[in-house]
Design a protein around this ligand. Structure first.
Ligand code: SF4
Length: 282
């Protein structure tokens, strides 16, 4: 699919999904602090934004400040991540980030970065291990630094592969760059929310629920499933029809024997002799 046609197709996807998934209220409206966007990114990868928001709220409500999170045990941090997958790994990354931040700045703010050009801010963030994740970096750009970014996790990638937007082996930064060219900045957040809704509603991991999906008429995977179902139904139908047919004589010798038999053993009048060279019914 050329970039232009991808843009058109993604526009159709957006229009269809918007009809189905109503816009959700904004998370308190507006930009996240840079530090919060990092934590939010770690929490949001391969989960829903509701789960990520809940986790972020638990950090804010359940700990005195980010320093308390920094000095907490992994088990305590995992408590704030309840309901998410891979809580141990996420807790480790969050604590490691807070420790690195404190070691470098003796504080817990990165707001000065919002005044820098995006490129410089990203360069500064490269110092933190957690930002090696393309998903976290894109979340910070989108939620905090005011740039155009569409974070892609496994759920988003699964949907885009099924929609034929990308090959399964395309790496995340390449896929993200393509998406950011095809989807405008003012639609980026909403587009991603809609894809996330789809990924957790019908286009789930495992078997997708295509008959219930708003995109079933434009999705190549749904069309393929429909075609395969049709082929399998006609195959079953053919087999059943074949099973109902009387057995045709298989060769000249058997045909001769059949014609030599008395009339009462002849095939029913609906029987049509096979036309194929080897007696295959056509
Ligand atoms: S039609 Fe099926 S495969 Fe395509 S996006 Fe919807 S659920 Fe996923």
């Amino acid at each position: 699919m050329a970039t232009q046609s991808k843009a058109q197709f993604l526009n159709d996807v957006y229009t269809h999904l918007k009809k189905r998934y109503k816009p959700k209220p904004e998370r308190g409206g507006g930009r996240l602090m840079v530090l919060e966007a990092v934590i939010y990114g770690v929490c949001h990868e391969n989960t829903t934004r509701e789960q990520a928001n809940q986790a972020l709220s638990r950090f804010k409500d359940g700990f005195f400040d980010w320093n308390e999170v920094r000095v907490s045990s992994l088990r305590e941090i995992q408590g704030a991540l309840a309901g998410l997958s891979e809580t141990e790994g996420r807790a480790h990354r969050i604590r490691r980030f807070l420790r690195q931040l404190f070691d470098r700045t003796y504080g817990f703010t990165l707001e000065a970065l919002t005044k820098k050009p995006l490129k410089d801010a990203l360069k500064a963030l490269e110092e933190y291990e957690v930002l090696a994740s393309d998903y976290v970096a894109a979340t910070v750009i989108q939620q905090s630094l005011g740039g155009h970014a569409i974070p892609v996790d496994d759920d988003t990638r699964r949907v885009l592969v099924r929609l034929g937007i990308t090959a399964p082996d395309t790496d995340i930064p390449t896929l993200r760059a393509m998406l950011e060219r095809a989807v405008s900045k003012n639609r980026g957040v909403e587009f991603l929310d809609l894809i996330e809704d789809l990924a957790h509603d019908t286009c789930v991991a495992g078997e997708p629920d295509c008959p219930r999906c708003e995109l079933r008429k434009i999705c190549p995977t749904a069309r393929l499933h429909l075609q395969q179902d049709g082929e399998s139904a006609s195959e079953t139908h053919r087999e059943e029809a074949q099973a109902r047919k009387p057995h045709a004589p298989k060769g000249p010798k058997e045909a001769k024997v059949a014609s030599a038999k008395p009339a009462k053993e002849a095939p029913p009048s609906s029987f049509r002799p096979p036309k194929g060279k080897h007696g295959d019914a056509k």
